[in-house]
Design a protein around this ligand. Structure first.
Ligand SMILES: [Zn+2]
Length: 311
């Protein structure tokens, strides 16, 4: 069995979004669900450290970070029409990004083989200079840039199976030859990007791989797209580590997604990725939570995902 680390902190509950679909009970319930199951005993509990300014600035612009820090600590409002920001939000966002960099550190040191970051706010819509779509900092992009540029791993790959296209992540690495970004997502759908002809620019040409899928796509459609398009691209790229933008909003019970996966599908998808990770990068995977808005389905899907990561 692989040694899988779980990174979670109650600070994530301090990003208070009220009755918004992206709310604190998502991670609280998922953590309690895991703790009540046998798998929990085999996981390595790791405490996330806050991301440093330098780590966040690998992909975000300083003026955006300074703007967030200038918001009075007792003020609550919205950064974009979908993205709430209140007194505990910045601390939670810095620790969400930090979970991913902490996971990278611990995989490099050999303390664990793989990691799951049970974090919020999510990240993959966040752009260099602004928040978007429930996301404040782009957690996975920060982790991938940190691994590639600060920790000398050079080549990394990101597989994003959230139901939405990770426009922020794509934007951050669109011209980068070292970071492969692959996304499976419903299309047409929010945020509107992610057509198959968006393939990268300059040196990054061919290092963005988008697989738009029609509404209602189920397990077979996802597994075929993964096996036929995404995993071959990962094998060709030969990353030193694989990151997952693990959204579970393609679950059939999700109120937002409109796709037809279930928890077994996430087990299968994860299993196929683990197999490829073993071939190309000694099984090293850092997975971080993105979306997933049916609370029960989210807990069950994360359990299935972590169980598959553990094999
Ligand atoms: Zn999503």
């Amino acid at each position: 069995m692989a040694n899988v680390a779980l990174l979670y902190d109650e600070v994530y509950l301090k990003h208070d979004t009220g009755a918004h679909p992206e709310r604190s009970v998502r991670v609280k319930h998922s953590y309690d669900h895991l703790r009540a199951r046998p798998i929990y005993g085999s996981l390595t509990d790791l405490k996330p450290r806050p991301a440093t300014d330098d780590e966040i600035l690998l992909v975000h612009e300083r003026r955006y970070f300074d703007y967030l820090r200038s918001i009075p600590s007792d003020e609550a409002g919205a950064l974009d029409p979908d993205t709430m920001f209140g007194p505990g939000s910045l601390e939670a966002a810095i620790l969400a990004a930090g979970a991913v960099t902490t996971a990278v550190d611990n995989i490099i040191s050999g303390a664990c083989d793989r990691a799951f970051c049970l974090v919020r706010p999510p990240g993959h819509h966040a752009l260099p200079d602004r928040a978007m779509g429930f996301c404040i900092f782009n957690n996975v992009a920060i982790g991938a840039a940190y691994a590639a540029r600060s920790r000398g791993l050079k080549r990394t790959a990101i597989i994003d199976f959230d139901v939405h296209h990770g426009n922020g992540t794509q934007d951050m690495f669109y011209g980068d030859e070292d970071v492969l970004y692959c996304s499976l997502h419903k299309w047409p759908f929010y945020p509107g990007t992610g057509s198959s002809d968006e393939t990268g620019r300059g040196k990054g040409q061919g290092k963005t791989v988008n697989v738009p899928l029609p509404s209602g796509t189920g397990q077979a459609g996802y597994l075929d797209a993964l096996a036929d398009i995404v995993l071959p691209a990962v094998r060709e790229h030969r990353p030193a580590i694989i990151f997952l933008s693990a959204g579970f909003d393609a679950h059939e019970a999700d109120p937002i997604g409109g796709m037809d996966l279930n928890e077994d599908s996430f087990d299968e998808l994860t299993g196929a990725i683990v197999e490829t990770a073993r071939e190309v990068c000694d099984g090293k995977i850092v997975s971080a939570l993105e979306g997933g808005y049916n609370i029960e389905a989210l807990g069950a899907s994360i359990h299935a995902h972590i169980t598959a990561l553990s094999k």
